[in-house]
Design a protein around this ligand. Structure first.
Ligand SMILES: *Cc1c(COP(=O)(O)O)cnc(C)c1O
Length: 364
């Protein structure tokens, strides 16, 4: 069977391992598995969301409101924009897919950081586009601008804070890139972890509203991280209405479910849950920095809900990740990103205690 030639260059996205796999392969009870690999919210399901899901269970036979009016209104209020500036996706991943399909083909180029969210390149490669990467994981505005001038990429991805490294880019650098960009380059500002960056240092905040004045920029946000809806698959794009109109042409009808829609509406207005997520994270993150210092690992200063530990050469990150997996602790190995590093989601105090304990066992 022959498939499109573009598929030959695509590596299947390696998702964080599920709890079920550890239960199945290593015979560990589900309650003893600690999953710190997918940057999920350690607070668990927001009780108000659980209630909204139950209440809407009786509507499973009805298609959801395809205009997503209530959710768009709620997001428009939160960000000070209008409904026509918003598109909703099954995760912001789906919006990345719309962008790629709307902008990229065999003759196009997509520019991104050397180490960044893997789906940017996967969607771009599906379209047969060429990928250009910078020399470093940090978003260096000078380098971005010089590549933009030379290659005129159709799409430029700026992930701030960046996944899987956790660093953030100063808004002045992001704006410098935007100002220097070609009007035909769509600049994607992926703010999947923006809530965590703002909680740590508000000078890193980039608001969707301030991006609206640019005709070639889209901001992406998600309910999967700080809002705790990873399992419901809801994300959004905010941009000027011309961009939104084009992306709406790529959208299948009813692209999020009735239950996802109800969950996101409730989550978006629950500031208390958001604040509790951010407070828990702010309290626990320093413990990961201290652990790393005590064991002489390097770590990347994190603006996200995870931390990236760069291991010394004598410790192979894949071996360490596997050893942790066997005792029921799932972390993300970054070998496939050519880094000898582990990306660990900051969990609850109890989960973090367990991580430190088993990490010390593995190191010993
Ligand atoms: C998690 C994540 C997303 C989107 O996740 P969805 O669950 O699809 O909304 C987008 N970008 C980055 C960098 C992420 O880490």
């Amino acid at each position: 069977m022959q498939f499109n030639k573009s598929l030959e260059n695509i590596k299947v996205y390696e998702a964080g391992k599920p709890i079920e796999l550890v239960v199945r392969e290593f015979g560990i009870a589900p309650k003893d598995v600690v999953k710190l690999a997918s940057n999920e919210n350690p607070l668990g399901t927001n009780p108000k969301v659980a209630e909204a899901i139950c209440k809407n269970a009786k509507n499973a036979h009805l298609y959801p409101d395809d205009s997503m009016f209530e959710l768009k209104e709620s997001l428009a209020n939160r960000f000070g924009v209008e409904d026509k500036n918003i598109i909703i996706g099954a995760g912001s991943d789906q919006i990345l897919e719309f962008i790629s399909r709307a902008k990229l083909n065999e003759n196009s180029k997509a520019l991104m950081s050397r180490v960044t969210f893997a789906m940017y390149s996967i969607y771009a490669l599906q379209q047969g586009a060429s990928i250009i990467r910078t020399s470093d994981y940090k978003h260096n505005s000078k380098e971005f601008i010089s590549i933009i001038r030379e290659h005129k990429p159709e799409v430029v991805y700026i992930c701030t804070p960046n996944n899987p490294t956790g660093d953030a880019t100063k808004p002045e650098d992001v704006f410098e890139i935007i100002e220097a960009s070609d009007p035909n380059s769509l600049i994607v500002i992926d703010g999947a972890y923006m809530e965590y960056a703002i909680a740590k240092d508000s000078s890193y905040e980039i608001t969707p509203k301030e991006l609206l004045k640019y005709p070639n920029v889209i901001y992406l946000g998600t309910f999967s991280k700080a809002y705790g809806l990873g399992g419901m698959r809801v994300g959004y794009g905010i941009a000027n209405s011309e961009i939104i109109k084009a992306l709406m042409k790529m959208r299948p009808p009813f692209n999020i479910t009735t239950l996802s829609l109800a969950s996101a509406i409730v989550a978006n207005s629950d500031e208390d849950f958001l604040n509790r997520s951010l407070e828990l994270h702010t309290r626990e993150l320093p413990r990961y920095e201290e652990y790393a210092k005590r064991h002489s690992f390097e770590f990347i200063d994190s603006y996200t809900n995870f931390i990236t530990w760069i291991l010394p050469k004598e410790l192979n990150s894949s071996k360490v990740a596997n050893a942790l997996l066997r005792i029921g602790v799932i972390v993300r190995d970054l070998k496939s990103y050519e880094m000898n590093a582990l990306r660990i989601t900051v969990g609850t105090p109890k989960q973090n205690d367990r991580l430190f304990k088993v990490m010390s066992e593995v190191l010993g």
